[in-house]
Design a protein around this ligand. Structure first.
Ligand code: ATP
Length: 356
């Protein structure tokens, strides 16, 4: 178990991380998600031991790894790292990339031991590169290079695998494939993983738990489904998936959208405590479009985008613009059509959006 306790990091007078608290359980797969510059790489560098915190501590089980006074260097920690740029060595073959960390890592295997070749073969097999052991990086595709980077990181059986945007240099198809490979590696190696990404789809798909960061602070830590259905801040609601933030009023019976006072939307269990102006968060797939003469809030379709599996509508509703995703099997509408909009599913539960 790794514990990040009240960690802050300054670069000169700029504070890149503010009082971060985080626990990484044994074998847990954590995605750190956030926009560019929010401090993801800084957090990863602190976990690796490339630098120390300005304040706070990082410990593994009961051992102190870093404080403002003392930092255990990366080579003394049982960690593996994978970078966005692969960072392969041009003069080393695939097998040599796997062998190298096995000779300097805390879990090293001595040169000449039978186990060394066995471990190299085992890792090559795990990442599907058995046939490429003698190739150099220049003779590999992007996906194969990324597999070498993964193989090098997992070879010494690290407790903790740190990955900094490991898939962003790959094309979309290959990213999808490599996500599964990484999930498989996680199952087989049982190492804890901290996976940095700015791609929310990737974080939702791959992790047990997502840490959402914004401007050097943690906004929320939760499993993917909880994060999507119960975001705790407006930032999380809009950064993780699309979310319509409908303006209106909380009243005793529920929420009355500003655009049409004849409608009352279900109480999210908060109407009692939140009276007055508020926001009602609705995911695009939770709205339903109908012909305008039926019940519901009325709007005008401004854009229609065909996506294959669904249709994405942009609808002007008074002064607001809502995004609505409908199944390809639902009634179709065109730009300029008047439509009725109702709620199809229970909207997202959200703690702090209700007053604004
Ligand atoms: P990206 O997704 O773009 O890689 P990030 O979330 O990983 O961003 P960091 O690299 O951790 O962000 O940087 C966090 C903030 O700290 C940024 O504002 C960055 O400009 C600043 N920063 C990072 N390294 C240094 C440094 N060595 N000196 C000064 N400021 C730095």
């Amino acid at each position: 178990m790794i514990k990040v306790d009240n960690v802050s990091k300054n670069y000169g007078s700029f504070t890149a991380l503010h009082s971060i608290d985080l626990e990484i359980g044994d074998g847990e797969f954590i995605a750190v998600l956030g926009p560019s510059g929010c401090g993801k790489t800084t957090l990863l560098k602190l976990l690796a031991g490339f630098m120390g915190p300005t304040e706070g501590t990082i410990s593994m089980d009961d051992t102190l790894l870093a404080s403002a006074k003392r930092v255990l260097p990366p080579e003394k920690r049982n960690i593996g790292m994978v970078f966005q740029s692969f960072a392969l060595w041009p003069h080393m073959t695939v097998a040599e990339h796997i062998k190298f960390p096995l000779s300097y890592h805390p879990n090293k295997i001595k040169e000449g031991k039978k186990e060394l070749q066995e471990r190299i073969n085992e890792v090559l097999k795990l990442v599907g590169l058995n046939a490429m052991a003698d190739r150099y990086p220049s003779e590999l595709s992007g996906g194969q290079k990324q597999r070498v980077a993964l193989a090098r990181a997992i070879a010494p059986l690290p407790n903790l695998l740190l990955m900094d945007e490991p898939l962003s240099a790959l094309d979309v198809e290959l990213r999808m494939e490599m996500r599964k490979e990484i999930q498989k590696l996680h199952r087989e190696t049982k190492a804890s993983i901290v996976f940095v990404t700015h791609d929310q789809g990737e974080a939702l798909a791959i992790a047990d738990k997502i840490v959402v960061m914004n401007q050097g602070r943690i906004e929320q830590i939760a499993p993917p489904e909880i994060l999507y259905t119960r975001p705790e801040t407006e930032f999380v609601a809009t950064f993780v998936g699309k979310c319509n933030l409908v303006k209106g009023q909380w009243q005793n019976a529920g929420f009355v959208p500003a655009i049409d006072s004849k409608n009352v939307w279900p109480d999210l269990g908060v109407a009692e405590s939140f009276k007055g102006n508020g926001i009602y968060p609705v995911r695009p797939e939770q709205f339903q479009l109908t012909a305008a003469e039926q019940d519901g809030v009325q709007g005008i379709v401004s854009f229609v985008q065909y996506q294959g599996h669904e249709i994405h509508y942009t609808v002007e509703v008074g002064e607001e613009t809502w995004t609505i995703h409908e199944s390809v099997f639902a009634s179709r509408f065109q730009p300029g059509d008047f439509v009725g909009i109702s709620l199809k599913n229970a909207p997202v539960q959200q703690k702090s959006l209700f007053t604004r």
